[in-house]
Design a protein around this ligand. Structure first.
Ligand code: CA
Length: 223
């Protein structure tokens, strides 16, 4: 799952991005409101973390424009401590949660997880496809009860697939979930990750089916 972080304070942005990447998410970092507005209009994010005081366009305006385009992804606003009117304004504009600076990275991570659980997994802690189970709390996949060892890329591909049960996902859609803005999104690389995932899922009662020219579908194998 891909997250957009918009924060103009360089050290804070770097430490938040590092923490989120360490937790296995793909994170794009932008430092101004106009760039954030463009990225949110063109890229596919599971969640955005939005500072309010930003160069060129403030976080409120970015949020208002995002909701104006009908996008429902969860938005976590970063506010200054004690600024009640900022929080209220943000929530009225369609923010889902806020965090006052300074904050602990562990709290930010917990809130991000909670927001993703609500939006992506419909409030469920676990997502299943046959014997494959994804736990959003631990962010681990298990197959027939055994934890699957996945690289962060493999994990991102499988997360994208299990979040959209029964839907064929194109290589481009998967690449959009796996690669950040500063990386070259490669549909060929997706083939490699799918190939590796198939090996890891082999014999586990779940498989990735190829639909030629369309993409991939994760499905349980009936016995
Ligand atoms: Ca700021």
């Amino acid at each position: 799952m891909r997250i957009l972080l918009v924060e103009d304070h360089p050290q804070l942005a770097a430490s938040v991005a590092q923490a989120l990447r360490g937790a296995g998410w793909t994170v794009d970092v932008l430092h101004d409101g106009v760039a954030a507005d463009l990225a949110l209009a063109s890229e596919d994010y599971a969640l955005a973390i939005l500072d309010i005081g930003l160069p060129r366009m403030d976080g409120f305006e970015v949020l208002a424009r995002l909701r104006g385009r009908g996008k429902t992804l969860p938005v976590l606003m970063l506010t200054a401590r004690g600024e009640v009117k900022d929080r209220v304004h943000g929530l009225n504009l369609g923010a889902d949660d806020y965090l006052a600076k300074p904050f602990e990275l562990s709290e930010l991570e917990a809130r991000v997880k909670a927001l993703l659980r609500r939006s992506v997994l419909g409030g469920e802690q676990q997502q299943r496809c046959g014997a494959l189970v994804y736990d959003l709390g631990t962010r681990r996949f298990s197959l027939r009860g055994d934890i699957l060892n996945l690289t962060s890329r493999e994990q991102a591909v499988l997360e994208a697939m299990i979040a959209r049960p029964g839907r064929v996902m194109s290589k481009e859609q998967l690449a959009a979930q796996v690669f950040g803005l500063d990386e070259e999104a490669s549909a060929d690389a997706i083939e490699i990750y799918v190939h590796r995932l198939r090996k890891k899922l082999e014999g586990g009662g779940v498989r990735i089916v190829t639909f030629r020219g369309l993409g991939y579908l994760l499905e349980a194998v009936g016995d």
